[in-house]
Design a protein around this ligand. Sequence first.
Ligand code: ATP
Ligand code: MG
Length: 198
Amino acid sequence: MNKQDNIDDEISDSMKAIKQKMEYFISILNELNKMTTSHYIKFEIVNLSTLLDEAIRGVKARIIDKNIAWSGKVNVSIDKTIEIEIDRNQMYEVFVNIIKNGIEAQDMEGNISVIVNAQNEDVIISIQDTGCGIEEYDNDYILDQGITSKQDSGGTGFGLSNAHLFINNHSGDLSWDSTPGEGTVMKIKIPKRQINER
Ligand SMILES: Nc1ncnc2c1ncn2[C@@H]1O[C@H](COP(=O)(O)OP(=O)(O)OP(=O)(O)O)[C@@H](O)[C@H]1O
Ligand SMILES: [Mg+2]
Protein backbone atom coordinates (compact mmCIF):
# COMPACT_ATOMS: atom_id res chain seq x y z
CA MET A 1 0.00 0.00 0.00
CA ASN A 2 1.53 3.38 -0.98
CA LYS A 3 1.35 6.70 0.89
CA GLN A 4 -1.56 7.98 -1.22
CA ASP A 5 -3.60 4.82 -0.39
CA ASN A 6 -2.96 5.43 3.33
CA ILE A 7 -4.13 9.05 3.03
CA ASP A 8 -7.23 7.92 1.09
CA ASP A 9 -8.02 5.33 3.79
CA GLU A 10 -7.63 7.91 6.54
CA ILE A 11 -9.90 10.36 4.72
CA SER A 12 -12.49 7.72 4.11
CA ASP A 13 -12.39 6.65 7.80
CA SER A 14 -12.85 10.29 8.91
CA MET A 15 -15.71 10.73 6.45
CA LYS A 16 -17.39 7.58 7.79
CA ALA A 17 -17.01 8.87 11.37
CA ILE A 18 -18.46 12.28 10.40
CA LYS A 19 -21.36 10.59 8.57
CA GLN A 20 -22.10 8.44 11.64
CA LYS A 21 -22.10 11.50 13.93
CA MET A 22 -24.36 13.39 11.51
CA GLU A 23 -26.81 10.48 11.41
CA TYR A 24 -26.76 10.34 15.20
CA PHE A 25 -27.54 14.08 15.56
CA ILE A 26 -30.27 13.82 12.93
CA SER A 27 -31.92 10.96 14.85
CA ILE A 28 -31.75 12.99 18.10
CA LEU A 29 -33.36 15.96 16.32
CA ASN A 30 -35.98 13.64 14.89
CA GLU A 31 -36.86 12.26 18.33
CA LEU A 32 -36.89 15.78 19.87
CA ASN A 33 -39.20 16.92 17.10
CA LYS A 34 -41.61 14.04 17.86
CA MET A 35 -41.51 15.01 21.53
CA THR A 36 -42.12 18.75 21.06
CA THR A 37 -44.99 18.19 18.61
CA SER A 38 -46.60 15.46 20.71
CA HIS A 39 -49.49 17.71 21.76
CA TYR A 40 -50.84 17.71 18.18
CA ILE A 41 -53.14 14.77 18.61
CA LYS A 42 -55.70 13.51 16.14
CA PHE A 43 -57.77 10.66 17.51
CA GLU A 44 -59.35 8.29 15.01
CA ILE A 45 -60.71 4.76 15.03
CA VAL A 46 -58.01 2.36 13.88
CA ASN A 47 -57.88 -1.41 13.39
CA LEU A 48 -55.20 -2.51 15.86
CA SER A 49 -54.07 -5.57 13.89
CA THR A 50 -53.50 -3.48 10.75
CA LEU A 51 -51.54 -0.86 12.72
CA LEU A 52 -49.36 -3.55 14.34
CA ASP A 53 -48.60 -5.01 10.89
CA GLU A 54 -47.58 -1.55 9.68
CA ALA A 55 -45.39 -1.04 12.75
CA ILE A 56 -43.67 -4.41 12.23
CA ARG A 57 -42.89 -3.39 8.63
CA GLY A 58 -41.62 -0.05 10.00
CA VAL A 59 -39.32 -1.81 12.48
CA LYS A 60 -37.89 -4.01 9.71
CA ALA A 61 -37.16 -0.91 7.61
CA ARG A 62 -35.41 0.83 10.54
CA ILE A 63 -33.40 -2.29 11.35
CA ILE A 64 -32.22 -2.56 7.73
CA ASP A 65 -31.40 1.16 7.84
CA LYS A 66 -29.14 0.56 10.84
CA ASN A 67 -27.44 -2.40 9.09
CA ILE A 68 -28.70 -4.85 11.72
CA ALA A 69 -28.92 -8.35 10.24
CA TRP A 70 -31.99 -9.62 12.06
CA SER A 71 -33.52 -12.88 10.84
CA GLY A 72 -36.19 -13.40 13.53
CA LYS A 73 -39.95 -12.95 13.34
CA VAL A 74 -42.59 -10.96 15.19
CA ASN A 75 -45.45 -13.33 16.08
CA VAL A 76 -48.73 -11.55 16.75
CA SER A 77 -51.66 -13.03 18.63
CA ILE A 78 -54.70 -10.78 18.23
CA ASP A 79 -58.41 -10.72 17.54
CA LYS A 80 -58.23 -9.00 14.15
CA THR A 81 -61.53 -7.17 14.66
CA ILE A 82 -60.29 -5.01 17.56
CA GLU A 83 -60.65 -1.30 16.83
CA ILE A 84 -59.32 1.43 19.09
CA GLU A 85 -59.50 5.21 19.16
CA ILE A 86 -55.96 6.55 18.98
CA ASP A 87 -53.58 8.97 17.34
CA ARG A 88 -52.31 6.64 14.61
CA ASN A 89 -48.86 8.26 14.27
CA GLN A 90 -48.14 8.26 17.99
CA MET A 91 -49.21 4.66 18.61
CA TYR A 92 -47.27 3.57 15.50
CA GLU A 93 -44.14 5.10 17.08
CA VAL A 94 -44.89 3.39 20.40
CA PHE A 95 -45.07 -0.05 18.75
CA VAL A 96 -42.02 0.52 16.53
CA ASN A 97 -39.85 1.73 19.43
CA ILE A 98 -40.81 -1.07 21.81
CA ILE A 99 -40.57 -3.89 19.26
CA LYS A 100 -37.22 -2.49 18.08
CA ASN A 101 -35.92 -2.45 21.66
CA GLY A 102 -36.92 -6.10 22.02
CA ILE A 103 -35.08 -7.09 18.85
CA GLU A 104 -31.97 -5.13 19.86
CA ALA A 105 -31.97 -6.81 23.29
CA GLN A 106 -31.67 -10.34 21.93
CA ASP A 107 -29.84 -12.57 19.44
CA MET A 108 -30.23 -11.61 15.84
CA GLU A 109 -32.31 -14.77 15.22
CA GLY A 110 -34.60 -14.21 18.21
CA ASN A 111 -38.36 -13.85 17.78
CA ILE A 112 -40.66 -11.30 19.40
CA SER A 113 -44.19 -12.12 20.62
CA VAL A 114 -46.94 -9.56 20.58
CA ILE A 115 -50.04 -10.64 22.50
CA VAL A 116 -53.14 -8.47 22.53
CA ASN A 117 -55.84 -8.90 25.18
CA ALA A 118 -59.01 -6.86 25.01
CA GLN A 119 -60.88 -6.16 28.22
CA ASN A 120 -64.13 -4.26 28.68
CA GLU A 121 -62.73 -0.74 28.49
CA ASP A 122 -59.05 -1.29 27.74
CA VAL A 123 -56.73 -3.14 25.48
CA ILE A 124 -53.42 -4.57 26.71
CA ILE A 125 -50.62 -5.07 24.21
CA SER A 126 -47.74 -7.19 25.58
CA ILE A 127 -44.48 -7.17 23.64
CA GLN A 128 -42.18 -9.96 24.76
CA ASP A 129 -38.53 -10.66 24.00
CA THR A 130 -36.05 -13.25 25.23
CA GLY A 131 -33.18 -10.79 25.39
CA CYS A 132 -30.71 -9.49 27.96
CA GLY A 133 -33.41 -8.16 30.28
CA ILE A 134 -33.30 -4.98 32.37
CA GLU A 135 -31.20 -4.86 35.53
CA GLU A 136 -33.04 -3.89 38.71
CA TYR A 137 -31.07 -0.65 39.09
CA ASP A 138 -31.92 0.44 35.51
CA ASN A 139 -35.68 0.23 36.04
CA ASP A 140 -35.80 3.77 37.45
CA TYR A 141 -33.98 5.29 34.48
CA ILE A 142 -35.03 3.65 31.23
CA LEU A 143 -37.94 6.07 30.70
CA ASP A 144 -35.66 9.09 31.10
CA GLN A 145 -34.66 11.07 28.02
CA GLY A 146 -31.22 10.32 26.63
CA ILE A 147 -30.62 7.17 28.70
CA THR A 148 -29.16 4.49 26.42
CA SER A 149 -26.96 1.43 26.63
CA LYS A 150 -26.49 1.60 22.84
CA GLN A 151 -24.02 4.50 22.50
CA ASP A 152 -21.90 2.47 20.07
CA SER A 153 -24.76 1.76 17.70
CA GLY A 154 -26.27 5.25 17.65
CA GLY A 155 -29.03 4.78 20.28
CA THR A 156 -30.56 8.12 21.28
CA GLY A 157 -32.26 7.04 24.51
CA PHE A 158 -35.41 8.88 23.43
CA GLY A 159 -37.32 5.89 22.04
CA LEU A 160 -38.86 4.72 25.29
CA SER A 161 -39.37 8.18 26.80
CA ASN A 162 -41.29 9.26 23.69
CA ALA A 163 -43.28 5.99 23.77
CA HIS A 164 -44.17 6.72 27.40
CA LEU A 165 -45.21 10.29 26.57
CA PHE A 166 -47.43 9.10 23.69
CA ILE A 167 -49.04 6.39 25.86
CA ASN A 168 -49.78 9.04 28.51
CA ASN A 169 -51.39 11.17 25.79
CA HIS A 170 -53.86 8.31 25.41
CA SER A 171 -54.50 8.12 29.18
CA GLY A 172 -52.70 4.80 29.05
CA ASP A 173 -50.07 3.05 31.08
CA LEU A 174 -46.67 1.50 30.32
CA SER A 175 -45.25 -1.18 32.61
CA TRP A 176 -42.81 -4.06 32.28
CA ASP A 177 -41.62 -7.32 33.81
CA SER A 178 -38.04 -8.22 33.16
CA THR A 179 -35.59 -10.88 34.26
CA PRO A 180 -31.94 -10.14 33.54
CA GLY A 181 -30.55 -12.79 31.19
CA GLU A 182 -34.03 -14.10 30.33
CA GLY A 183 -36.03 -11.35 28.74
CA THR A 184 -38.60 -8.62 29.05
CA VAL A 185 -42.29 -8.12 28.52
CA MET A 186 -43.40 -4.53 27.98
CA LYS A 187 -47.12 -3.96 28.62
CA ILE A 188 -49.03 -1.12 27.03
CA LYS A 189 -52.51 -0.55 28.41
CA ILE A 190 -54.72 1.96 26.62
CA PRO A 191 -58.43 2.67 26.72
CA LYS A 192 -60.34 1.49 23.64
CA ARG A 193 -62.09 4.84 23.44
CA GLN A 194 -60.91 8.31 24.46
CA ILE A 195 -63.50 9.72 26.86
CA ASN A 196 -61.95 13.12 27.58
CA GLU A 197 -60.59 14.17 24.22
CA ARG A 198 -58.18 17.06 24.49
N1 ATP B 1 -36.68 -4.82 25.87
C1 ATP B 1 -35.58 -4.36 26.47
N2 ATP B 1 -34.65 -5.21 26.95
C2 ATP B 1 -33.54 -4.75 27.56
N3 ATP B 1 -33.24 -3.44 27.76
C3 ATP B 1 -34.14 -2.55 27.27
C4 ATP B 1 -35.36 -2.94 26.62
N4 ATP B 1 -36.03 -1.83 26.30
C5 ATP B 1 -35.29 -0.79 26.71
N5 ATP B 1 -34.15 -1.21 27.29
C6 ATP B 1 -33.08 -0.37 27.89
O1 ATP B 1 -33.57 0.95 27.99
C7 ATP B 1 -32.70 1.87 27.31
C8 ATP B 1 -33.50 3.03 26.79
O2 ATP B 1 -34.33 2.62 25.70
P1 ATP B 1 -34.71 3.66 24.57
O3 ATP B 1 -35.59 2.97 23.59
O4 ATP B 1 -35.23 4.88 25.21
O5 ATP B 1 -33.33 4.07 23.92
P2 ATP B 1 -32.38 3.24 22.95
O6 ATP B 1 -33.10 2.03 22.45
O7 ATP B 1 -31.10 3.03 23.66
O8 ATP B 1 -32.13 4.25 21.76
P3 ATP B 1 -33.10 4.46 20.48
O9 ATP B 1 -34.49 4.14 20.93
O10 ATP B 1 -32.89 5.84 20.06
O11 ATP B 1 -32.61 3.49 19.44
C9 ATP B 1 -32.02 1.02 26.25
O12 ATP B 1 -30.78 1.55 25.85
C10 ATP B 1 -31.85 -0.32 26.98
O13 ATP B 1 -30.71 -0.30 27.80
MG1 MG C 1 -35.02 2.19 21.64
